[in-house]
Design a protein around this ligand. Structure first.
Ligand code: NAP
Length: 303
């Protein structure tokens, strides 16, 4: 797998990746490994994480071949390293692998906020490494851990890459090919723009779902309210079952863009509350019609 200098051998014609190291073998990292394995595009997958139970299970499920709990050991000789730990663990992980990456290795990640990951990389490495390609798969579920991973997660989904002007084009090509092999469509975006767009479309909705469930749960200190909840409540609040640590980290990492979206939304909510209070049926109907038309267009585009 490596030559005498410890440099990874060039991938053979049949493998896109000879040795893939996945740090954080959960939903996102496990699904990437499964998809690449299914496509027979990776020769060996090395996993890394904290809990032995999850890593053992990842071996049992055939998601990884072997593991180390030490990120420095796990990245040895890897030609591609994928970081899929919560955002708060990115900086310590960069520090742990900094002096152990094989020459020529490509480094990429799946973190949901890109500004914080790029800042962490800059702080740990002194400058953002040329062969680091920040990325974010726009795919997921409310479940976590390797048990939740599946090979089709990225099929027909989008992956956003946010390379910098200094990023090595050959590293971008490699990461793009990896995601396309998983069935994803890859698009490129500026780091700040990514974080603004995701604050609106993903981070704010998660915050609202958590807030609604928490406020109802505290309003009625028993389960009565949930007993009478129907499908609409279940649909709206599904994402409040997502991993709390991951979402705490996302809110902290994207607090500037999320703060702006929250302020804007608070204004909308205040207008809605005023319309309800004064019995403004026309105002409510106008808003509901606009929202329905926008959602119908969005769902129609999904096909
Ligand atoms: P997950 O299923 O909980 O997996 C995260 C993995 O990281 C776990 O296997 C965990 O294993 C490991 N981990 C947690 N804390 C760690 C630490 N401090 N040091 C080392 N390893 C640690 O979460 P996920 O949904 O795959 O999310 C992973 C990343 O993808 C996050 O950055 C998230 O923002 C991003 N993302 C998530 C989604 C989504 O919908 N879920 C979508 C796109 C992107 P141990 O606990 O055993 O260490």
């Amino acid at each position: 797998m490596t030559d005498s200098a410890g440099k990874p051998l060039a991938p053979g014609p049949e493998y896109l990746i000879r040795r893939l190291t996945v740090i954080g073998v959960g939903l996102i990292g496990g699904s990437l490994a499964r998809a690449l394995r299914r496509a027979r595009l990776v020769e060996e997958v090395v996993g890394c994480g904290r809990s032995l139970d999850n890593l053992h299970r990842a071996v049992e499920l055939g998601v990884i071949d072997r593991y180390s709990q030490d990120p420095a050991v796990a990245v040895e000789g890897a030609d591609l390293v994928f970081l899929s730990v919560p955002l708060g663990a990115m900086a310590p992980t960069f520090s742990a692998i900094r002096d152990h990456l094989a020459p020529g290795a490509v480094l990429t990640d799946g973190g949901s906020v890109k500004g914080s990951v790029v800042a962490d990389a800059r702080q740990v490495f002194g400058q953002v490494p040329e062969r680091f390609v920040p990325g974010h798969p726009i795919a997921g579920t409310e479940h976590s851990g390797v048990e939740a991973s599946f090979a089709e997660l990225y099929r027909n989904r989008r992956v956003i890459l946010t390379p910098l002007s200094t990023t090595d084009p050959s590293a971008i090509t490699r990461v793009q090919a990896m995601w396309e092999a998983c069935g994803a469509e890859v698009i490129h975006m500026d780091v700040d723009h990514h974080d603004e767009v995701l604050a609106a479309t993903s981070h704010l909705p998660h915050l609202l779902a958590y807030a609604l469930v928490d406020s109802l749960a505290r309003l009625h200190e028993n389960d009565e309210i949930f007993r009478y909840a129907a499908g609409g409540f279940r649909d709206f609040t599904r994402i409040a079952s997502s991993h709390p640590v991951m979402w705490r980290d996302i809110c902290l990492a994207n607090r500037a863009a999320l703060g702006q979206m929250l302020a804007r939304f608070q204004g909308e909510l205040a207008e809605l509350a005023a319309a309800v209070e004064r019995g403004d049926g026309d105002g409510l109907l106008g808003m509901f019609e606009r929202a329905k038309a926008a959602r119908d267009r969005y769902v129609g585009r999904l096909g």
